[in-house]
Design a protein around this ligand. Structure first.
Ligand code: AMP
Length: 597
C-alpha cells in the first residue's frame, strides 16, 4: 500500500515534469482536441470556424468574449435546449459562479468528464505536498467542507456551486478526512459544522493538516469552536451526540467515530478555557504540519488571523487556483510564503491565452471600446509559453466544456517558469471590490444597492452625497461596512431605525451569493453603515492628492478603501453607525434558474 503510494507520487511528479516541459505542444494538442470534438457545435459554426483546429484560424475567427456574450446561449441550455450549442458532449449540470454578471449569478455549463480532469489535478497536488511532508498521507486532514442547496433550471439541469458538485460527486473519495461524508452533505450549516468539528476533535492526534477551501471558512470553524467548545467536549466526554444534531444520518455517521473519552475532554477543556486563543490549532491538533487554505487574492486579508490561531508556527498552503469554468493550476512550491505563491497553469486543463495589461492600466474592455479597437486588442493575445516575466495579463480560456476565448476576469502576474510552463501570482479579479467569503461584489452592484438604500432618506430631504466601503474582517464572520456622507439638511432628525432599514435595503439589493452567505451559511455578518462628518470625503481627496499622487482633475472617490491611512481618516470622522437588523431575503436558486427568460 505504502509502496503503491510512493510509486503513484513518483509517477505524478514525472507527469508534471513532462507536461510542463512540453507545455506548448500540449497546448496545441488541447486546442486541436477541443476544436475537433466540437467542430459541429452551433457556436463554432456561427463563427465560421469550418472544422479548422489550428491556432491561427481559431484566433482569426473566434472572438474574445465575456459571459454576457454567451448569456443567450446559456439561457437556451438552461431552458432545456439539448442541441449541441457550445459543446458536443451533453451538459451535465451548471456550476453557479460566485462572480456575477450585472448582479446575476453566472451559470457555467460543465460536462461529466471535467470531474476526471479535476481529480487528476487533485492527485498531482497531493504528490507535490508529499515531497515536503513524506508521511502526510498516513495522517488525516481536518478539512471543513460544506455543500449548498441546489436549484434546477427550467430545463431540469442542476445548478450548484462547484464545491457542492465535487463533494457530492461519486469521484469524491473521503478516506483521508476526519469529516464523515454525511456531515459534509448536511445542508444545515450548524449541524454540518458541529459534527465536522466534533469528529475533528475526537481524532485530534491523527490530524496532520487542517483547513478548508478558502481561509474564510476555516476561520469560521475556529470561531465556532470558540463559541461551542463546552458542548463539544461534553459529547466527547460521554460519547454521545447532543440533541441539537437532529439529522439521523449525521448522528449515525458521527456515532461511528465517537467514543467516550474523558481524558481528551479534559485536555480540550484545559486548552479552551485558557485566556488566549492564540496557537489553538497546534495546541488541540499537535501533529498538524500545515494549514491547507487558499490565502491568495481577497483571502490574504485573513493571514494575520490564521497566524494568530497557529501562533505563526504553521505554513499556510494555497494549493490550487480554480474557478467554476476550469481548474487552472497548482502551486508547485506549496510551502513558500503566502506573498510568494505562484500557480503553474496546467497545460492539459484548457487552452490558455493572455491579454497583456499595459502600465497605464489600459485593459481590454469590450463594453467601452470600439470594435476595431477590440480587434487590435485581440491581436495582442499571447500563448501560454510566450508570456513575459514581470508582465501582468488578463486570463482568457478555451475549455473542453464549451467556452471559447472566454475572459475569466482575473489578472495574473508572471513570476517565473517551471520548465516551459509559466507561473503566476494572482493579482486581482477585475471589478470585485468587496468580498468576505465566496461573495464577490462589484462596483456596479454596490452603487445600485446604495442608490436603493438612499431612497429611504428622501422623505427626510437628505441625500447620500458620497460613499465608500470596506470589508471588515476584524469581526468573525466579517461584514461589509459602507461609509456615508450626507447632505447637510439635519441628519439628526433621522431615527436610527431608518438607517437600519437602509442597511437592510443594501443587503436586499446585493446578489444571491452575498444573501446566501448572510442567511444560510452565516459566513457574512450584518452590514454596517457608518455616517461620517460633513467634509470627510474632501479630506479623503486632499489626502489622496497630497500623499498618493492622485491628480485633482482625474480624482474619483474610491468605492472601496484598503489603505490604512485612508481607513484611519474615515474612522476618525465617524459620527454614528448602524447595523442591518435582520437577514435579507434569500431563496435557493438564482433568478436564471427560476425564470424562463
Ligand atoms: P468561482 O467561479 O465562484 O469558483 O470563483 C472563481 C474565482 O475565485 C477565480 O476566478 C478567482 O478570481 C478566485 N480564486 C479562485 N482560486 C483562487 C486562488 N487560489 N487565489 C486567488 N483567487 C482565487
Amino acid at each position: 500500500m505504502e509502496r503503491n503510494m510512493a510509486e503513484q507520487n513518483k509517477k505524478n511528479l514525472q507527469y508534471i515534469e513532462e507536461v510542463t516541459t512540453n507545455a506548448d505542444d500540449v497546448q496545441k494538442r488541447v486546442l486541436a482536441e477541443i476544436l475537433t470534438r466540437n467542430a459541429k457545435v452551433e457556436y463554432l459554426q456561427r463563427h465560421n470556424l469550418n472544422g479548422h483546429t489550428d491556432r491561427e484560424t481559431f484566433k482569426k475567427v473566434i472572438p474574445v468574449i465575456t459571459y454576457e456574450d454567451i448569456h443567450p446561449d446559456i439561457n437556451r441550455i438552461a431552458n432545456g435546449d439539448k442541441s449541441p450549442i457550445l459543446c458536443s458532449q451533453p451538459v451535465s449540470e451548471f456550476l453557479t459562479s460566485s462572480g456575477t454578471s450585472r448582479g446575476e449569478i453566472k451559470l457555467i455549463p460543465t460536462i461529466e468528464e471535467e470531474h476526471g480532469r479535476r481529480s487528476l489535478i487533485y492527485g498531482l497536488m497531493m504528490s507535490v505536498v508529499s515531497q515536503f511532508i513524506p508521511d502526510f498521507e498516513k495522517g488525516k486532514g481536518m478539512y471543513f467542507m460544506f455543500v449548498k442547496s441546489e436549484a434546477k433550471t427550467p430545463g431540469g439541469l442542476l445548478a450548484r456551486p462547484i464545491s457542492t458538485s465535487i463533494f457530492k460527486s461519486p469521484h469524491f473519495i473521503n478516506t483521508n478526512y476526519t469529516s464523515p461524508t454525511d456531515a459534509i452533505h448536511c445542508l444545515d450549516a450548524y449541524q454540518s459544522m458541529y459534527s465536522q468539528m466534533l469528529c475533528g476533535l475526537c481524532q485530534n492526534r491523527e490530524v496532520v493538516r487542517v483547513g478548508a477551501i478558502f481561509a474564510s471558512a476555516f476561520i469560521r470553524a475556529m470561531r465556532f469552536l470558540e463559541n461551542h467548545w463546552s458542548i463539544l467536549l461534553n459529547d466527547i466526554r460521554t460519547g454521545t451526540v447532543n440533541a441539537q444534531i437532529t439529522d439521523p444520518s449525521v448522528r449515525e455517521a458521527v456515532m461511528k467515530i465517537l467514543k467516550p473519552d474523558p481524558e481528551l475532554a479534559d485536555f480540550i477543556e484545559a486548552e479552551c478555557s485558557k485566556d488566549s486563543w492564540q496557537g489553538i490549532i497546534t495546541r488541540l491538533w499537535p501533529n498538524t504540519k500545515y494549514v491547507d487554505v487558499v490565502v491568495t487574492g481577497t483571502m490574504s486579508q485573513y493571514i494575520p488571523t490564521l497566524d494568530y490561531y497557529s501562533n505563526s508556527l504553521l505554513p499556510l498552503v494555497s494549493t490550487a487556483y480554480a474557478s467554476s469554468e476550469c481548474l487552472f493550476g497548482i502551486n508547485l512550491n506549496p510551502f513558500c510564503k503566502p506573498s510568494e505563491v505562484s500557480y503553474t497553469l496546467f497545460p492539459t486543463m484548457a487552452y490558455f491565452e493572455f491579454l497583456p495589461i499595459h502600465r497605464n492600466n489600459e485593459v481590454l474592455d469590450s463594453i467601452s471600446i470600439s470594435e476595431s479597437h477590440n480587434e487590435r486588442k485581440e491581436q495582442q493575445l499571447v500563448d501560454l509559453v510566450d508570456v513575459k516575466i514581470g508582465q501582468e495579463y488578463e486570463l482568457i480560456i478555451t475549455t473542453y466544456s464549451g467556452l471559447y476565448r472566454y475572459r475569466v476576469g482575473d489578472v495574473l502576474l508572471v513570476t517565473g517558469y517551471k520548465n516551459n510552463a509559466p507561473q503566476f501570482n494572482f493579482v486581482r479579479r477585475e471589478n470585485v471590490i468587496l468580498s468576505i467569503d465566496s461573495d464577490k461584489t462589484d462596483e456596479f452592484e454596490l452603487q445600485n444597492a446604495v442608490k436603493n438604500a438612499a431612497s429611504n432618506l428622501m422623505t427626510f430631504d437628505v441625500r447620500v452625497t458620497e460613499y465608500t466601503s470596506y470589508a471588515d474582517t476584524a469581526t468573525i464572520p466579517g461584514h461589509y461596512v459602507i461609509f456615508w456622507e450626507l447632505s447637510e439638511n439635519g441628519s439628526t432628525r433621522i431615527p436610527p431605525s431608518v438607517f437600519e432599514e437602509c442597511c437592510l435595503t443594501i443587503e436586499e439589493s446585493l446578489n444571491s451569493v452575498y444573501r446566501q452567505g448572510r442567511v444560510c451559511d452565516k459566513s457574512i455578518g450584518p452590514l454596517e453603515i457608518r455616517i461620517l462628518e460633513t467634509g470627510t470625503f474632501d479630506k479623503l481627496m486632499d489626502y489622496c492628492c497630497t500623499n498618493l499622487g492622485a491628480s485633482i482633475n482625474q480624482y474619483k472617490t474610491p468605492r472601496c478603501v484598503k489603505l490604512v491611512p485612508l481607513m484611519e481618516l474615515l474612522e476618525s470622522r465617524v459620527v454614528s453607525s448602524y447595523f442591518s437588523p435582520m437577514c435579507p431575503k434569500w431563496v435557493p436558486g438564482s433568478k436564471q434558474c427560476n425564470n424562463k427568460n
